[in-house]
Design a protein around this ligand. Structure first.
Ligand SMILES: O=C(CO)COP(=O)(O)O
Length: 251
């Protein structure tokens, strides 16, 4: 069976005090979620969060990584450094990184490779802009982003693919479940083409204005195996509710 995962992407939010409160609020929920639960946070908080979540159901991930092993890259963090702190997941290719910092498909693929080399599961984001969708380019854009990764990694090395339509991120306008499922099915088909067995097992997450209200309808779709949650993940109870919806949809 495919793994189910909910991932919080806190982006550039949080404080030591707010993070500690988040963890205690999440752990105060009486039932432990049966799906994998990951919190991706800014680099500086990762060691403290890792300690706070040791022996709990929460795993800690990074929001990005540098593609190089080490050297003169001022301000950057390598995969080996993340591994040194026991980090098991990292997001790469988030649309904010692609758009604001000019990350190319190839650079995203290199980041995924360095993570795998260091035993960290890459969560690879793909997604089209509104203009690309309106021009009917969604399948081609997703395939281009996915192919760059599949050129250097086998599907079994990919921790998860996250489909995040850029127009749905932070807008309150989630993709409707059928629209998301169509893209997820296309991603699944490409993964299976690359590896007939392993491709069936790669979790494909949806991200973009996921809330406790719309989560269940998204998770009812056959190829939506979880969520990458931004805004709603800043509230521990909301993020827990999204996890609950996933566990209920795929017991
Ligand atoms: O970018 C996202 C997660 O990586 C989605 O953000 P929102 O859930 O705030 O739309």
């Amino acid at each position: 069976m495919r793994e189910r995962i909910v991932i919080a992407n806190w982006k550039m939010n949080g404080s030591r005090e707010a993070n500690a409160l988040w963890v205690s609020n999440f752990l105060a929920e009486p039932v432990r979620l049966s799906c994998r639960t990951v919190v991706c946070a800014p680099f500086i908080y990762l060691p403290e969060l890792t300690e706070a979540c040791r022996n709990t159901a929460i795993e800690i991930g990074a929001e990005d990584v540098n593609e190089n092993a080490s050297g003169a890259f001022t301000g950057e963090v390598s995969a080996a450094m993340l591994a040194d702190f026991g980090i098991r997941f990292a997001i790469v290719g988030h649309s904010e990184r692609r758009r604001l910092y000019g990350e190319t498909d190839n650079r995203v693929a290199m980041k995924a490779v360095t993570l795998v080399k260091n035993g960290i599961r890459p969560v690879i984001c793909v997604g089209e802009t509104l203009e690309e969708r309106e021009r009917g380019e969604t399948p081609a854009v997703i395939l281009r982003q996915l192919n760059a990764v599949l050129a250097v990694l086998k599907p079994e090395s990919i921790g998860a693919i996250a489909y995040e339509p850029v127009w749905a991120i932070g807008t309150g306008k989630s993709a409707d479940p059928a629209t998301a499922q169509t893209v997820h099915a296309g991603i699944r088909a490409r993964l299976v083409q690359a590896a007939p067995e392993a491709g069936k097992l790669t979790p494909i997450l949806y991200g973009g204005s996921v809330t406790p209200e719309n989560a269940a309808s998204l998770f009812a779709e056959a190829d939506i195996d979880g969520a990458l949650v931004g805004g709603a993940s800043l509230n521990a109870q909301s993020f827990y509710s999204i996890g609950e919806a996933l566990c209920a949809a795929r017991p």
